[in-house]
Design a protein around this ligand. Structure first.
Ligand SMILES: [Zn+2]
Length: 128
């Protein structure tokens, strides 16, 4: 399902047809938009058509809103390249690799790539 359709379905089923209030949040180091009702948090991912439901009682692991199935994760390795070099066409960095857990639904989403290159300046890298 497209992201717009998912958001509309959530509004219809859980928020009486009203658009919920989405707040920016982080879930497992990933930026999400978060809405809530009395029972659940709903995490909308910006990278994939995925809404994860986490019940506030925390009795069960998070599930996919679209199919109700369990959520899986890809450990994505981020290679950090220095912007100063990539600007010159040279993919070089300090050899740093960070790992980020990317959630996805095995039923509804294609499995995300396990590798991503990000670029930051030497100064940004040192400041971190
Ligand atoms: Zn699903």
């Amino acid at each position: 399902m497209e992201k717009e359709g998912l958001v509309r379905r959530l509004a219809d089923e859980k928020f009486n047809g009203e658009s919920p209030t989405w707040r920016e949040a982080r879930f497992d180091q990933v930026r999400v938009l978060c809405a809530e009702d009395d029972e659940n948090w709903y995490m909308l991912y910006t990278s994939a058509p995925l809404i994860i439901v986490q019940e506030k009682a925390m009795k069960n692991p998070p599930t996919c809103y679209e199919c109700g199935g369990p959520v899986d994760y890809v450990a994505r390795r981020l290679s950090v390249h220095f912007k100063e070099f990539t600007d010159m066409g040279v993919p070089a960095g300090g050899g740093e690799v960070r790992t980020k857990r990317i959630p996805y639904c095995p039923n509804c989403n294609t499995k995300p790539s396990g590798h991503e290159v990000i670029s930051e300046s030497v100064e940004e890298s040192l400041r971190r």
